[in-house]
Ligand binder design. Structure first.
Ligand code: FAD
Length: 105
């Protein structure tokens, strides 16, 4: 290991970002870094479940990106709700019953 001396007054250390997906690891598909895999409509592997922000496998962990992704997820979820009549007016699709019944460990 090479050791170097730096003439400096302070040092900033950037820690690794670790997504807290432990509670949903048995609900939706994760990538090798533990982030929730989404498509361009912010849909996860479980129909009816959407995700946004740093916890997903998108490029660029930045505030503006997370805000935009949140807006996309809300739009896509709203669209899915209209198309499938999720919002309490109809039968809950079987795939969503898994999400509704899900209890994090
Ligand atoms: C040190 C640092 C500096 C940064 N600087 C910049 C910058 O200058 N510019 C920039 O654009 N971006 C910056 N970022 C990145 C930016 O902060 C993130 O991209 C953004 O906050 C992501 O938003 P998010 O809503 O996806 O996640 P977060 O902001 O992390 O929000 C997730 C929330 O979920 C909560 N949570 C976690 N687990 C649970 C649970 N089980 N139950 C309930 N709540 C839970 C957390 O407490 C948190 O409040 C920085 C990040 C760090 C760490």
């Amino acid at each position: 290991m090479e050791i170097k001396e730096l003439d400096t007054d302070c040092v900033f250390v950037e820690k690794e970002l670790i997504p807290n997906t432990e509670p949903v690891k048995n609900l939706v598909e994760l990538d090798s870094q533990g982030r929730i895999i989404i498509n361009s409509y912010n849909q996860t592997s479980l129909p009816g479940v959407f995700a946004a922000g740093d916890i997903t496998n998108i490029y660029a962990e930045q505030v503006l990106v997370a805000i935009g992704e949140g807006a996309k997820a809300a739009l896509a979820a709203g669209q899915a709700g209209q198309e499938t009549d999720y919002f309490g007016r109809g039968e809950m699709p079987p795939e969503l019953e898994k999400a509704a019944a899900f209890t994090p460990e």
